[in-house]
Design a protein around this ligand. Structure first.
Ligand code: 4AD
Ligand code: MG
Length: 474
C-alpha cells in the first residue's frame, strides 16, 4: 500500500489506490481530508454520499481511522493536484466527536502537551517529529561519511562525568528498609552493582577511551539530569550527540562543530521543505500577535539559511565580558545577573551577544577553570581552560565542549582540586598514562537543535514525551 507521500510525489491519474490513515476533516458529507503522517499534506477523498452506506458515512469524522479505496483522478478543487474518487470505505476505529480532544481548530501548545498521546496527529507535531527523524538520520550520515564510529556508551554508570552531582540514582535496594552499615549509612555494597550507580549525564568519558584507539568516534544517546530547572530549554531526559577526536585541538574542535551544525541545518533545508514551510508559516502567524518590539527580525527559513551562509563569530570569554561590560543593558542595569570575570554567563548575557551584538552564532572559548569541568585542558595562564560553547539565537547554548586535559599530572591535580573521586575514575586517568595524546570533543543537545530548526520556543514540544520536574506522564 502506497503512502500519501509516495502518491502525491508521483501521482498517476486513473490508478486504483487504497489509502489508510486518520480523518482530519469531513466536509459536506462528501470530502474526506485524510492524513497518514507520511507527509504534512492530506489527500482528499471524494465520497458519493448517495451510493455510500449511511451507517459508514455517519462514522467518518475527525479522528476516525479508515482505509479508503478508489481511483486517483485529477482534482477539480484548488490546493491539490489529485484526489481519490472513493468507492469503498473500511472503518478501523471510530473517534467519538463528542469526546475526541483534537478538533479541527487551533489548540494551544499547553493543551497539546497534556494530550501527548494524540498530539502526533496534529500538523505541527507531525512536522516536528518528521524533522526530528531527519536530523537524527543526518547526524549519523555526517559522521559515517567522515569515518567516525558510533559508540554505544552506557546508560547506567558509576561515575559523574560532569562532576555536577545532578544524577538520578539507579538502585534495587528497598527504599523503605535499605541495608545499613554499622554507622547507619545505606550500604550500597549490597546494591545490584555492589556500588552506587546512576543514570548517565554524558557519554563523554567513555567516548574518550574509544577515541584514544579508534581516533574518531561519536555517541548519540539519552542522558539524564536531575537538575531542578523548570525552563523552556531544560529537560530531565534529553538526547545528546558527543563526537570525540584524537589528535585534535580546540581550533579543530571549533571547525568541526561549525561544519557539523551547518551541515545539519542545510540538510533540513534541503530535505524537509514542506514541513519547514508549514512551521515557518505557523511562526509568522504567531509573530503577528506579538508586540512589534518582541518580534523576531528574521523568519524561520531566513534564520536557517543565515546559519548555513555565515561564519560563526569566535571569541574568548574574557573578550565577551568586555563587550558585556560596555553594553547598553549593562549600563542601564537591565541584566538580572552580574557581569564579572570569573562568573558564569547567564542566558540573558548569551542572548545579548548572539541576538543583539553579533547577530549571528557565537563560539565562546577559554572560560575560567573555576566553573568548568575537571577534564577541560588547562591553558598556560593556569586560570582558563580550553572550553568552547556554541551559542545560537533563540536557544542560547546549543553545544558545550573542550580540548581535554591529556597531561597526567595536571589531570590528577585538577581532579583533586575539584573533588573528583579518583578511585571511581582510575580507568579514565589510566588513559593519560598509556599513550596519551591531545584530543577534543563536544556535546550537542539534540532537542536544542530541533528547537532551533523548527522554531519551537519550548523544549517540551520537540521531544515526544518530555520529562521535567514533577512531570513523567505517558
Ligand atoms: O554543556 P554540557 O553539560 O556538556 C557535556 O555534557 C559534555 N560532556 C559534552 C562534551 O564535551 N562531550 O551539555 C552539552 C549540551 C549543552 O550544550 C546543551 O545543548 C545540552 O547538552 N543540554 C541540555 N539539553 C536539554 N536539557 C538539559 N537539561 C540539558 N543540559 C545540557
Ligand atoms: Mg554546558
Amino acid at each position: 500500500m502506497a503512502s500519501i507521500n509516495e502518491i502525491l510525489d508521483n501521482p498517476t491519474a486513473g490508478e486504483k489506490v487504497s489509502i489508510s490513515g486518520w480523518v482530519r476533516t469531513f466536509r459536506s458529507n462528501r470530502f474526506i481530508a485524510l492524513s497518514d503522517g507520511s507527509t504534512i499534506k492530506t489527500i482528499q477523498g471524494v465520497v458519493d454520499f448517495e451510493s455510500m452506506d449511511e451507517a459508514i458515512l455517519n462514522r467518518i469524522t475527525t479522528g476516525t481511522a479508515l482505509t479508503m479505496s478508489g481511483t486517483l483522478v485529477e482534482s477539480q478543487g484548488r490546493g491539490q493536484s489529485v484526489e481519490v474518487q472513493v468507492e469503498t470505505v473500511e472503518i478501523h476505529g471510530d473517534a467519538d466527536p463528542e469526546e475526541y480532544p483534537l478538533q479541527p481548530k487551533k489548540h494551544s501548545m499547553d493543551f497539546l502537551r497534556e494530550k501527548a498521546h494524540l498530539r502526533f496527529r496534529t500538523n505541527t507535531f507531525g512536522a516536528i517529529f518528521r524533522l526530528r527523524h531527519a536530523l537524527s538520520f543526518a547526524i549519523h550520515n555526517y559522521f559515517n561519511e567522515r569515518e567516525f564510529f558510533y559508540i554505544h556508551t552506557p546508560i547506567i554508570t558509576g561515575s559523574d562525568a560532569e562532576g555536577a552531582g545532578e544524577m538520578f540514582r539507579v538502585s534495587t535496594l528497598d527504599p523503605k528498609n535499605p541495608p545499613r552499615s554499622e554507622e547507619g549509612k545505606v550500604d550500597f555494597s549490597e546494591d545490584f552493582f555492589g556500588k552506587e550507580t546512576n543514570l548517565t549525564v554524558s557519554g563523554q568519558l567513555e567516548a574518550e577511551l574509544a577515541a584514544l584507539a579508534l581516533s574518531k568516534v561519536y555517541t548519540f544517546g539519552p542522558t539524564f539530569r536531575a537538575e531542578n530547572s523548570n525552563t523552556s530549554r531544560h529537560l530531565a531526559e534529553f538526547w545528546m550527540i558527543e563526537p570525540e577526536v584524537a589528535f585534535a585541538d580546540l581550533t579543530d574542535n571549533m571547525d568541526l562543530v561549525e561544519d557539523f551544525l551547518k551541515y545539519l541545518v542545510g540538510y533540513a533545508l534541503e530535505n524537509c521543505q514542506n514541513d519547514l514551510e508549514f512551521l515557518a508559516q505557523r511562526e509568522a502567524q504567531e509573530e503577528k500577535s506579538k508586540p512589534q518590539n518582541e518580534r523576531q527580525s528574521m523568519g524561520l527559513m531566513d534564520r536557517l539559511r543565515f546559519i548555513v551562509e555565515n561564519n560563526f563569530e569566535r571569541l574568548t570569554y574574557t573578550e565577551a565580558i568586555k563587550i558585556l561590560s560596555n553594553s547598553k543593558p549593562f549600563k542601564k542595569k537591565k541584566f538580572k545577573y552580574p557581569v564579572e570575570w570569573g562568573k558564569d554567563l547567564q542566558s540573558e548575557h548569551e542572548r545579548y551577544l548572539v541576538e543583539k551584538h553579533f547577530e549571528k552564532p557565537v563560539i565562546l572559548t577559554d572560560y575560567p577553570a573555576s566553573f568548568k569541568a575537571f577534564y577541560m585542558r588547562l591553558n598556560d595562564d593556569e586560570k582558563t581552560v580550553a572550553a568552547m560553547d556554541v551559542l545560537f539565537p533563540g536557544v542560547g547554548e546549543i553545544t558545550g565542549g573542550s580540548q581535554r586535559e591529556e597531561r597526567l599530572d595536571v589531570l590528577t591535580r585538577r581532579s583533586k582540586e575539584m573533588g573528583v573521586p579518583e578511585e571511581d575514575m582510575w580507568w579514565y586517568i589510566e588513559t593519560r598514562k598509556y599513550g596519551t595524546c591531545k584530543h577534543a570533543g563536544f556535546g550537542l543537545g539534540f532537542e536544542r537543535l530541533v528547537m532551533f530548526v523548527t522554531g519551537m520556543t519550548n523544549i517540551r514540544d520537540v521531544i515526544p514525551f518530555p520529562r521535567t520536574p514533577k512531570n513523567c506522564e505517558f
